[in-house]
Design a protein around this ligand. Structure first.
Ligand SMILES: [Zn+2]
Length: 116
């Protein structure tokens, strides 16, 4: 029997740290895309999905995408992104908590931005 390991992350994580870790992107239409590249530009980042979509996003804890990612709201994984099942399974084990879990503070090198 395989043990299901749950991962706990803090709920107030920033969107950039979240996508940097999870590498998935929920589009407004409900598709879950796989993220191929992230280019940081200060408070903004340009995502490229595996299916070739380019999306400009702003760093935020409370944006639609951050909420959807934390709540795992999506209708289906994008067929063209071909997200491997293990990645979806892994995402399924991630839990978000107010009080404990990893803080996910990466020192992301952000071009044009200042490092804190
Ligand atoms: Zn896609």
């Amino acid at each position: 029997m395989k043990k299901i390991e749950k991962r706990f992350y803090r709920k107030n994580v920033e969107l950039f740290d979240l996508i940097n870790k999870i590498k998935l992107w929920p589009s407004k239409s409900g598709n879950l895309h796989g993220i191929k590249t992230i280019v940081y530009r200060g408070e903004y980042a340009m995502l490229e999905t595996h299916c070739g979509e380019k999306i400009l996003i702003k760093n935020s804890r409370n944006s639609r995408a951050a909420r959807w990612l934390k709540n795992k709201w999506y209708t289906q994984p994008c067929k063209r992104c071909k997200i491997p099942q293990w990645k979806l399974d892994k995402y399924g084990t991630v839990m978000f908590s107010d009080h404990y879990g990893k803080r996910l503070n990466y020192n992301i090198k952000r071009e044009g931005g200042e490092n804190e």
